[in-house]
Design a protein around this ligand. Structure first.
Ligand SMILES: Cc1cc2nc3c(=O)[nH]c(=O)nc-3n(C[C@H](O)[C@H](O)[C@H](O)COP(=O)(O)O)c2cc1C
Length: 329
């Protein structure tokens, strides 16, 4: 049966890098569209921040990836957009959701949301020269979930390719619940494709959101998919594998990712830090999350990491749906 919705994977700085995305797609799939973690500080296209596999067309499928930028400088956004266009991309994503106070207090990320006049001026400048489509990922506000109301007319006037709304406010960081009623109120006002993001952690939570927002046809997954990489194919009813088979697939995926990152880092231990970031979500899909996390967290060499991973897969069961279990703790 034809699916009536589209799924994308939200960007996670330090986790969903090009290696994760490529291997995730090869091992699990179910995701229709990806976004890079944010780029920032683009002063020239030949600069260091651009010379990476992250948006290299040899490593990515340009038609299903949106490079993301965190900026409040129209020239920088245009410069990055032109470079992405030259690489073959057809859409740029602007981050207006990053909640961290050191970012927000400089009116970047979700810190832009309380300033509709500034956003309007930036959009006017960007529109004149941006050579590819613009999508925006934002929250409902920074201090107050009504801030978005004043931005919507500017977003509509620009003609965005899509608006992704993480239904929290910046001040919440990643805590507290999502503002479902507030999200429902904005759905009518937005003239472009509206994408829902926030707390889709299991099939049950997805069905609840679908019932509450029947007009939404594009959903962005986040921590739920990091914890259980089968989430997307499960939402699409496209996986019959039992828990033992799933566990084997997860082992192959984390092993490939570890080896790829080790190689890409020039055998540096920084690659372990990145694996641990992912594991901090994935442990919740094992039968004893605390045991798994204790083992992985304390590993400090390739050898101890490999032993810890072997131990987790030997001793613990894969039970899936990790982030919904974490939320219940
Ligand atoms: C560690 C971490 C890094 C993140 N990095 C980014 C980022 O680079 N760009 C972005 O737009 N969102 C970023 N996010 C937000 C996620 O993409 C997503 O919007 C958020 O987790 C809400 O979705 P969820 O409730 O399904 O997890 C990050 C979140 C976390 C926890």
């Amino acid at each position: 049966m034809q699916q009536s919705f589209k799924l994308s994977l939200g960007p996670f700085q330090g986790i969903t890098d090009v290696y994760y995305r490529k291997l995730f797609q090869a091992h699990f799939g179910g995701i229709d569209k990806y976004y890079t973690p944010f780029f920032t500080g683009i002063y020239k296209v030949s600069g260091r921040s651009m010379r990476t596999h992250e948006i290299d067309p040899a490593w990515n499928i340009t038609s299903s990836l949106s490079p993301q930028i965190l900026s409040r400088d129209a020239n920088e956004i245009i410069l990055f957009g032109k470079a992405c266009k030259d690489l073959g991309y057809n859409e740029l994503n602007w981050n207006m959701g990053c909640p961290y106070p050191r970012v927000a207090k400089k009116k970047r990320g979700s810190g832009l949301l309380p300033y509709p006049d500034l956003v309007e001026a930036l959009l006017d400048d960007i529109k004149k020269e941006l050579p590819l489509k613009l999508s925006i990922k934002c929250r409902l506000g920074y201090e107050d979930p009504h801030e978005l109301d004043e931005l919507i007319p500017h977003f509509n006037a620009f003609g965005l390719s899509e608006l992704i709304v993480h239904a929290r406010i910046g001040k919440q960081l990643y805590q507290g619940g999502v503002h479902k009623e507030r999200f429902a109120q904005i759905t009518e006002a937005i003239s472009t494709e509206l994408v829902y993001n926030g707390d889709v952690f299991s099939k049950a939570s997805f069905e609840n959101f679908q019932n509450q927002f029947p007009g939404i046809k594009h959903w962005m997954l986040g921590r739920g998919l990091l914890a259980d990489p089968f989430l997307a194919i499960d939402l699409k009813n496209a996986c019959n594998a039992g828990f033992d088979e799933r566990k084997e697939k997860v082992l192959r995926f984390v092993t490939d990712l570890y080896l790829q990152r080790r190689k890409a880092s020039g055998e540096r231990l920084t690659s372990l830090g990145r694996m641990k970031e992912l594991w901090s979500y994935m442990v919740w899909s094992f039968s004893e999350p605390q045991t798994a996390w204790r083992l992985i967290r304390k590993s400090n060499s390739f050898e101890t990491y490999e032993q810890a991973v072997a131990h987790v897969f030997e001793k613990l069961d894969w039970v899936g749906a990790g982030y919904s279990r974490f939320k219940e703790c």
